[in-house]
Write a protein that binds this ligand. Structure first.
Ligand SMILES: Cc1ncc(COP(=O)(O)O)c(C=O)c1O
Length: 401
């Protein structure tokens, strides 16, 4: 790796990377030195089908040869078809496409503003958005305003006004914080960056009830927890709720940038020509790739298989937590969105896993996140558990510094 060039030509926005990844296949990645890794990061919950999936490549190359981009000046058949497909998975409503998770959440924030600015509408004059503490919604200034943690906000203030925060799973706190001028509530069904914290079914059901009673929009950020990752197509679906708006990105393109948001039918015509827009959003290329991701998910029954494989994985991680309580205090999550909660900062542990060929991601609260591609099989899960246990064993036998 050319460290000097990396430092000289790239803005130092990301922590200095330890390895240079050059190739991937299935759940495996290889670095520039030919070292092989089991990729349980999925590029932070993105590579739904793993790397180099033939169906994904075929869709990408076929569409690239036909038409990559034409902008939303024109109707794009792949986009219309993708919208129809997602609506059939989410509920009666409409889609708008964009390019990332932060942008999808910007769309939800704009929906809230549009609802509040509709003269004579039920939410007229309301502007405040209530969000869960410890959540993460992206780095653009709007999405950042919805992100409570000072770690992300500091040095970028003043941010957008009008965001309130309440602790996840604390229904009375949410109810109390919905004020007369609150227009919407925004939560993740499983907080990802916040440390794999699940919104309980009863909480989501109660929140929906309160939002309906108080006539407030219920908006779900499914950017990380969506597209099969939790063992449901969308994480909130486990609770059986019907939100008013949903943000998607990450896993939808399986490695090709695409974001989207869905708005329930009765609110969806708040957007009119010119309300919002993006040059690249919903391109023929991005939408064709997303179709391939959904095709494979459906044909291979990946949502159901993630639910099953995820519970085997979680059992294995729970055994490790039981056997190594000095280092692991808890296991959280479901499906392929799991975390070991460590008793101290997991930086060195994650590095030790990498040295043994397993790639994982840190999250807030001393978490080690396991986000395998949905296509990862039980052999790979066993391998990940084996490597994790091997590293825990070395910690056990080593006196702490
Ligand atoms: C729940 C959630 N929302 C939004 C985002 C932002 O997505 P992006 O990085 O694509 O802008 C993320 C990214 O980690 C996320 O986990």
């Amino acid at each position: 790796m050319n460290d000097a060039d990396h430092r000289q030509f790239l803005i130092g926005n990301y922590a200095p990377p330890s390895i240079e990844i050059v190739r991937g296949e299935g759940s495996k990645l290889w670095d520039a030195n030919g070292e092989e890794y089991l990729d349980f990061t999925s590029g932070i919950a993105v590579s739904t089908l793993g790397h180099g999936n033939p169906r994904w490549i075929e869709a990408l190359t076929r569409q690239a040869g036909k038409l990559a981009h034409c902008s939303n000046l024109f109707s794009i058949p792949e986009q219309v078809r993708l919208a129809k497909r997602l609506v059939s998975r989410i509920g009666p409503g409409r889609m708008l496409f964009c390019n990332s998770g932060a942008e999808a959440n910007e769309g939800l924030i704009k929906l809230a503003r549009l609802a509040g600015s509709k003269a004579g509408g039920p939410l007229e004059g309301k502007t405040r958005i209530l969000v869960a503490e410890n959540g993460f919604h992206g780095r653009t200034m709007g999405a950042l305003s919805a992100t409570e943690s000072p770690k992300y906000r500091k040095r970028f203030e003043p941010l957008l006004k009008g965001f309130d925060f309440a602790p996840l799973n604390d229904l009375p706190a949410f109810e109390e914080k919905i004020e007369d001028d609150t227009v919407a509530v925004l939560v993740e069904s499983i907080q990802g960056e916040g440390g794999i914290r699940e919104a309980e079914d009863e909480f989501l059901q109660g929140l929906q009830k309160i939002c309906r009673e108080k006539q407030v929009l219920l908006m779900l950020d499914e950017v990380q927890s969506g597209i099969g990752r939790t063992g449901d197509f969308l994480g909130y679906q486990k609770a059986g709720i019907s939100p008013d708006a949903v943000a998607l990105a990450k896993g939808l393109g399986g490695g090709f940038p695409i974001g989207a948001f869905w708005v329930e039918e009765s609110w969806s015509d708040l957007f009119e020509p010119g309300s919002h827009g993006t040059t690249f959003g919903g391109s023929p290329l991005a939408c064709s790739v997303a179709h391939a991701v959904l095709d494979v998910i459906e044909e291979e029954g990946l949502v159901e298989s993630v639910r099953k494989k995820g519970s085997v994985f979680k059992e294995g991680l729970s055994r490790l937590a039981q056997n190594y309580p000095k280092f692991v205090s808890n296991v959280r999550g479901r499906g392929f969105m799991l975390a070991l909660v460590m008793t101290e900062d997991p930086g060195k542990f994650i590095e030790a896993l990498r040295k043994k060929g397993l790639l994982v991601v840190a999250a807030a609260g001393n978490c080690v996140r396991f986000l395998p591609p949905l296509t990862s099989d039980l052999t790979e899960i066993e391998k990940a558990l084996h490597v994790t246990e091997a590293v825990l064993k070395t910690l056990q036998t080593k006196p702490r510094a």
